[in-house]
Design a binder for this molecule. Structure first.
Ligand code: HEC
Length: 289
């Protein structure tokens, strides 16, 4: 195997191993970065939902109080306000969802789906748990969810304990079967935010592809330069020297001297070789004489 091939193979193997390890480390890095971004978005949505809830209970409820004595207005319910807002947002950003899911909801649209029911159950099994984060596949691609438990406080029981205890206007509007039976302090549902992961992951993959492509391009350029240098500085002079040595060893003393200029090790070797050849020629002449 010639020198150039060996050097190319050795450097190629080292590069390929390095590229695979770097690729894996970077892929991990950009993936977790995408997750962090999605998690930050979900946190922002959760905080926005809570701000809407607070706004509704502190500023909207007092305004509607008078009207509410004869007719119940859902606009006074914090959960309704937050969900309505995010339904509007969903029209332009369908992958961003917010839900206040319960197992037995007052409004049927809030009924927990299977996976949401599982999360509520996990909050019930672990009362200290304040937050759950996870990923799941949706028809619109992979998405990240952030969930927080909804606890029943004493004030909630005015409408959510028993139909007989609830304002008649609430029962008249929603019926006596839904949204009741809550016990104080129990986990009754969960606030659930879903944000898309697919877009963040696609841009992470794009970054990774650009990085690996430029790594390979730098490697190819580096190998081309290395090959030219190796050829000009080592392979070509060594081949020339081998040709001269071959000719001399076969008794042909007419071949020109090896051109050894410069201060490299190969030039030093060439000069030594030329001196050896001169000595050999002298010795041969003395023998002939
Ligand atoms: C004045 C009555 C009233 C009180 C008090 C009340 N709610 Fe509700 N709640 C409702 C009504 C009515 C709805 C359904 C609104 C709609 O149409 O979406 C609702 C809906 C909800 C929902 C969405 C799930 C569902 O049942 O549709 C959650 C979660 C919720 N309430 C939590 C609470 C919590 C927690 C409290 C106490 C901090 C509370 N509620 C206090 C009347 C009330």
């Amino acid at each position: 195997m010639n020198l150039l091939l060996r050097v190319n193979l050795a450097v190629g193997v080292v590069f390929a191993t390095g590229a695979v390890v770097t690729g894996l480390v970077c892929s991990d890095l950009v993936h977790s970065n995408a997750q962090r971004e999605a998690f930050a978005e979900a946190g922002l949505m959760m905080d926005a939902a809570n701000a809407m809830r607070t706004y509704t209970s502190s500023e909207i409820v007092p305004l509607l109080d008078a009207q509410m004595s004869h007719d119940f207005l859902p606009q006074s319910v914090p959960s309704y306000a937050a969900v309505q807002n995010f339904l509007k947002l969903r029209e332009s950003r369908p992958q961003y969802t917010y839900k206040e899911a319960t197992l037995n909801p007052t409004n049927p649209r809030d009924r927990a789906a299977d996976w949401e029911g599982d999360i509520i159950q996990r909050f019930r099994n672990d009362p200290k748990s304040e937050e759950l984060v996870g990923e799941r596949d949706t028809p619109m691609g992979r998405s990240l969810y952030l969930a927080r438990p909804i606890h029943a406080d004493a004030e909630c029981l005015a409408c959510h304990s028993a139909p007989s205890a609830a304002p008649p206007s609430v029962v008249a509007r929603y019926g006596a079967n839904n949204g009741f039976g809550w016990q104080e302090h129990e986990v009754v549902g969960a606030q659930l935010v879903s944000v898309p992961l697919a877009a963040a992951e696609a841009s992470a993959a794009q970054v990774l592809r650009a990085f690996v492509t430029s790594l390979i391009a730098v490697f190819i350029i580096m190998m081309a330069v290395l090959n030219v240098i190796l050829y000009l500085m080592i392979v070509r002079p060594v081949r020339q020297m081998a040709r001269v040595a071959d000719a001399v060893s076969l008794g042909d003393l007419t071949v020109p001297e090896f051109a050894a200029s410069g201060s490299s090790e190969i030039s030093a070797l060439g000069r030594s070789f030329n001196r050896m050849r001169t000595s050999l020629e002298k010795a041969l002449k003395m023998l002939e004489g």
